[in-house]
Design a protein around this ligand. Structure first.
Ligand code: AVI
Length: 329
């Protein structure tokens, strides 16, 4: 029996990741003007576990919609691919929804699956979920997305295509211009004929969106405040999370949910590892995340702008959500 494998983050990458966090904290909090931090820092091990809990909330239909599509459309999606393919997933998540694609592929070929995630805990959970699927070899890569993809591409055999899974509308957490730049960069790492399965959360009434990001049980608020707790844990900061309010707004102009932490009173916070003292005025916000929403068929335009063509789109009607199969040309 083949044993599952995890290629862990090399020690110098751990140091580089910490240096990047410190640089981003300085850039986002260390200057006059709006305070902001990149949303990727929401996903340490605790944040990833909290997001997993969010994905099961009745108010947050996104993950279930994604899974419904994959469960019913996986054979059709796989039917449109040129085989054989190596599968790389950006952000392994729990692996629950990916199972359907891997099972459909395993019926057609011996499948190697590389979940790519910077969270070792997320990879461990993925391994529990998918590490022993019949016909699937599981190789976890504890990496950032671009070095993970580079590694998968380097491992492809002759005549093997690469299928990249970018599910769950994680693309929506990038600014729209950054999303295009990210997909263009991904396209450059791929070869013509390689595929990208891209999940996008579609526009829907605000009355459904707001509770999805501000659930009455407070799971999303805890996920948001964990960013402060993370800085306390990793950088020796002294944020008091209870003095920040979780705030969720819909921006019609940007077609996105905007998430902030708003200081409920004036306060001063020390962040020793970044050599920083930060003051917040009462009511001042720290911008932590955006979640962009898309029009149906918008993926066709995204593909055109970034070096792909859209080969097919599958939409969930219960919680409008799309999976689009893009082929590199
Ligand atoms: C991971 N991402 C697609 C989630 C979203 O819906 O934008 C992150 C999230 N933030 C709060 N709730 C969920």
């Amino acid at each position: 029996m083949k044993l599952p494998l995890v290629a862990t983050l090399p020690a110098d990458s751990v140091a580089a990741a910490r240096a990047e966090l410190i640089a981003d904290v300085r850039a986002g909090l260390g200057h006059p003007g709006p305070k902001t931090l990149p949303p990727k820092y929401l996903y340490d091990d605790v944040g990833s576990a909290l997001f997993e809990a969010i994905s099961r909330l009745p108010e947050y239909g996104l993950t279930r919609a994604d899974e419904r599509i994959l469960r019913s459309a996986a054979p059709h999606i796989v039917g449109r691919l040129e085989l054989p393919v190596l599968v790389a997933e950006l952000g392994s998540g729990s692996g629950r929804k990916t199972r359907w694609i891997l099972q459909a592929l395993a019926r057609r070929q011996e499948t190697t699956y590389f979940p790519i995630d910077i969270s070792a805990a997320a990879l461990a959970q993925c391994e529990r979920e998918l590490g022993r699927l019949p016909g699937v070899r599981w190789i976890g890569l504890e990496r950032d997305y671009s070095s993970g993809v580079a590694e998968v591409v380097a491992r492809r055999g002759r005549d093997q295509r690469v299928l990249v899974l970018f599910l769950g509308s994680t693309i929506g957490n990038f600014e729209r211009t950054e999303a295009d730049a990210f997909l263009r960069q991904l396209r450059r790492a791929l070869a013509p004929g390689d595929a990208l399965l891209l999940g996008t959360d579609l526009e829907k009434p605000i009355a459904r969106l707001l509770p999805a990001y501000d659930d009455p049980g407070g799971s999303t608020a805890a996920f948001n405040r964990n960013l402060l707790v993370r800085m306390n844990r990793e950088l020796g900061a002294d944020f008091d999370p209870a003095r920040f309010e979780h705030e969720v707004r819909w921006s019609a102009a940007e077609r996105r949910i905007e998430i902030r932490l708003r200081a409920t009173s004036a306060q001063r916070v020390r962040i020793p590892a970044a050599d920083l003292e930060v003051t917040f005025a009462a009511g001042e916000a720290l911008w932590t995340e955006n979640s962009h929403k898309y029009a149906e068929h918008e993926a066709v335009e995204i593909a055109r702008r970034t070096g792909f063509r859209c080969e097919g789109e599958w939409v969930d009607r219960e919680w409008p959500f799309a999976e689009s199969l893009l082929i590199a040309h």
